[in-house]
Design a protein around this ligand. Sequence first.
Ligand SMILES: [Zn+2]
Ligand SMILES: [Zn+2]
Length: 383
Amino acid sequence: MSGHKHCHIPDTPGLCAGNYGRPVEELQAYLQCFGYLHLEKFQPAFAAVRDVAGAPSAESGAFDDATTNALKSYQHFFELEDTGVLDEPTIAKMREPRCGFPDIPSDPGIAEFVAQGNRWDKLTLTYGFGELTPDLDAAAIRSAITTALNLWANVTALTFTEVPLSAEPDFVIRFVAGDHGDGSSFDGIGQVLAHAFYPPPNGGALAGDCHFDANENWTVALPVPDGAFDLVTVAAHEFGHSLGLAHSKVVGALMFPTYSGAQRALTQDDIDGIRSIYPRPGAFMAGFHVLKALAIEVLDRYTEEDLLERYGRNLNDDTQLDFLGITEEVRGQLAEPTNEAFFSVFPQWTHVSIQDTKGCKTIGEYITLVAKHAQIALSGANK
Ligand SMILES: [Zn+2]
Ligand SMILES: [Zn+2]
């Protein structure tokens, strides 16, 4: 049964270390629900996220050290005073409507998510609709979803296309209530509004899927009517998860866990996050052939000293993609395969760009690494 329960908001002010009983269990259930405490077999669909969170295990019903630490970690995440006591400000925060995706209180950083494979290995993604909400007509829902997806598409090379469910879209959008078969039940009006699942391989068949609590009153009207939730805002947040982002600790970021009104825009934090996973618009448009040309050009024409002299600067995360700018001249001479072609030939490119290059101290090291991977891919593609 534990897999199907949802979280009640703890409401016993003053609950603290040394207390026992049902109120403690409720607090623990809440902390477990959102990734701050460990509970076996709870919401298995989010297991990968919970594993990363590395939350402590507590004794059920006992306000032990693990529970205190989990509560402090919750308070820290939301910039409350980390008293380790269930005080009024903490209860008030817990009452705020929020996303059902667990937080990652230990904040392992972006690199860990990439290492887990929480990203799509292609840039052209498809989505489809399951159950809709009677609150809005289908055209309004589609428009809201398109608006939300475009926030991400505008700052990356990602594109999104609607297809029928029969075409097996990458992610499925559903409005569902209560227990809807993924081990993470919705809770009726308020509190948890929606959740979404990471890209493959995490989440299994649910990867990328986005579920909205059908018991909420969804709207696209601005200003948002009392008691209703802006579908564009919540959808844009959830698609951040569908694309591989976890919750941000930055208050005001779209990827902050709680909902505080319509916010139909990304913040710099959201943009930095998504660009750590996917290329910028146009970054790889010439794709495979550019990389091939780059590798050949680099290996044939320049020594590392030459390159340092020409592009003499250290490489940091932001310049990895900008660096491809040097191939403008090469790019102009080449045909333009699609991003899709690029990623189908170069699945390891993303691995190179995000992860391996972090160890590169100079642009020369970076180019050498890219060239090496290009050669590997070339030898594979020519077979
Ligand atoms: Zn979320
Ligand atoms: Zn669900």
